[in-house]
Design a protein around this ligand. Structure first.
Ligand SMILES: Cc1cc2nc3c(=O)[nH]c(=O)nc-3n(C[C@H](O)[C@H](O)[C@H](O)COP(=O)(O)OP(=O)(O)OC[C@H]3O[C@@H](n4cnc5c(N)ncnc54)[C@H](O)[C@@H]3O)c2cc1C
Length: 435
């Protein structure tokens, strides 16, 4: 007979937001047996960004338990024992296939039901798969994606099996850029392909992108822009051998890695909860339209107070902070203490090769570039400001020290006025350091 389990609090999903929520529940006080995390992954919550970076290094790669949450933000590392000591149940390798918010019941693929009083939806995102578009040959072997640790292990195995081989990386966003770099470090011949005129077009200006593209080219990464993969060839074993491009070119490939974006996992709740901008709509405490049901991390579309707009954010800093905010709000409701509204300053970062950049704020308005953006410099350090309505809205910095990164964060938060763009360009980082 299928079993049934009840918990006061259930976190659905076992990724970054789930781990940070568990830590916050512990801080705020939770009794043994009250809290469960249900995850389809087989391991306790970990810092997902490691998967496209240190996990794939040729030497001394990161491995669990090294990067369980909350080490990514300098916090305590929560090993599986931490959860059992606290009486927090980690229900792993368990996929929820049905959610009924009216009866407060979740059902797993094996027919186990879980009931709850409070639910935190932390299902994150899933990759956009080229098979979904019916791209011919997209099901061939060695066409890989990256979201979870199992995917990263497949990539590690492919890198080992195809030493010295050729990889085509499809997509010019975070994943495409980080994976191209790490494949190259593994001595693989890498070609990136993306349809836009430059990489990371959602954030980078043409000037910023020009630096990274030239830097990558100097490292031997080939970049093919302005075209799409429209099909794949495979051999008799079903292993991919080539990528066919829309412009007629054909690229040989032993490995294809696809990073063309992600989609929030909200399907379980369709029709049961208000949605907005592709995510689950929440208030400033991450409570959804259904009382007692919260949505955190990638799935939440929340009021971004600074810009007076509802937004969804697929970045790790927000997944951590939204988790903490939701748990504080849940506990605050119970104790009658009020919790301030979520105040979030967007913060994105990436690292590849010897490079490391941070961005804070909103990338809207006019831009200026400052500093040394020569890709052949020994230590390039440059940045950009985004200026709207005479104020700085966003700030980007490559190669900044911790203090310099703090300074650009402060600029994006305080939005200082700018009288003269030429002066701002000349001042560059100095402008931020003065704020
Ligand atoms: C490879 C990679 C690199 C990244 N690098 C960066 C970076 O450098 N900087 C940055 O800011 N952001 C980065 N991100 C984004 C960041 O990791 C995400 O924004 C963050 O993980 C979101 O946290 P989350 O808890 O909402 O979702 P996730 O961490 O994705 O966790 C969701 C969890 O829910 C589980 N789940 C989903 N559906 C079900 C179900 N039906 N039943 C049971 N369990 C389920 C999943 O298995 C997973 O464990 C990266 C993402 C990836 C994939």
């Amino acid at each position: 007979m299928a079993s049934e389990k009840h918990f006061k609090y259930v976190i659905l999903g076992g990724g970054v937001a789930a781990g940070y929520a568990a830590r916050e529940f512990d801080k705020q006080g939770v009794k043994p047996g009250e809290l469960a995390i249900i995850s389809k992954e087989a391991v306790a919550p970990y810092e997902r960004p490691a998967l496209s970076k240190a996990y794939l290094f040729p030497q001394n790669p990161a491995r669990l338990p090294g990067f369980h949450v909350c080490v990514g933000s300098g916090g305590e590392r929560l090993l599986p024992e931490w959860y059992s000591e606290k009486g927090i149940e980690l229900i792993l390798s368990t996929e929820i296939v049905k959610a009924d918010l009216a009866s407060k019941t979740l059902t797993s693929a094996t027919g186990v039901t879980f009931t709850y009083e409070i639910l935190l939806i932390a299902t994150g995102s899933t990759v956009i798969n080229l098979s979904d578009f019916g791209t011919p040959g997209a099901d061939s072997n060695n066409i890989l994606y990256l979201r979870e640790i199992d995917d990263a292990d497949k990539l590690v195995a492919a890198i080992q099996a195809k030493k010295g081989g050729k990889a085509v990386v499809i997509g010019g966003g975070y994943i495409g850029l980080e994976l191209s770099a790490v494949l190259k470090l593994n001595d693989i011949d890498v070609t990136m392909v993306f349809p836009e005129p430059w990489c990371m077009p959602r954030l980078f200006t043409a000037d910023i992108a020009a630096f990274y593209e030239a830097y990558y080219a100097n490292k031997g990464v080939k970049i093919v822009k302005g075209t799409l993969a429209v099909g794949f060839d495979a051999n008799a074993n079903g292993d991919v051998t080539a990528v066919k491009l829309k412009d007629g070119r054909v690229l040989e490939a032993d490995i294809v890695v696809v990073g063309v974006g992600a989609r929030p996992l909200t399907a379980l709740f369709k029709g049961q909860v208000a949605e907005e901008k592709g995510g689950i709509k929440t208030d400033a405490f991450f409570e959804t339209s259904v009382p007692g049901v919260y949505a955190i991390g990638d799935v939440a579309t929340f009021p971004m107070k600074m810009y007076n707009e509802l937004r969804r954010v697929e970045h790790v800093d927000h997944s951590r902070k939204s988790a903490e905010q939701a748990v504080k709000a849940i506990k605050g409701k119970e104790s009658g203490e009020s919790v301030p509204e979520y105040e979030y300053l967007p913060y994105f970062y990436s690292r590849s090769f010897d490079l490391s950049w941070q961005f804070y704020g909103d990338n809207v308005g006019e831009t200026i570039l400052f500093g040394d953006s020569d890709p052949t410099s020994a230590k390039p350090k440059f940045g950009s400001y985004w200026i709207k309505d005479g104020k700085v809205f966003g700030a980007f910095l490559e190669g900044g020290s911790p203090d310099e990164n703090k300074a650009i964060a402060k600029v994006a938060k305080t939005q200082p006025p700018v009288a003269n763009l030429e002066e701002l360009k000349k001042e560059g980082l100095q402008f931020a350091s003065k704020i």
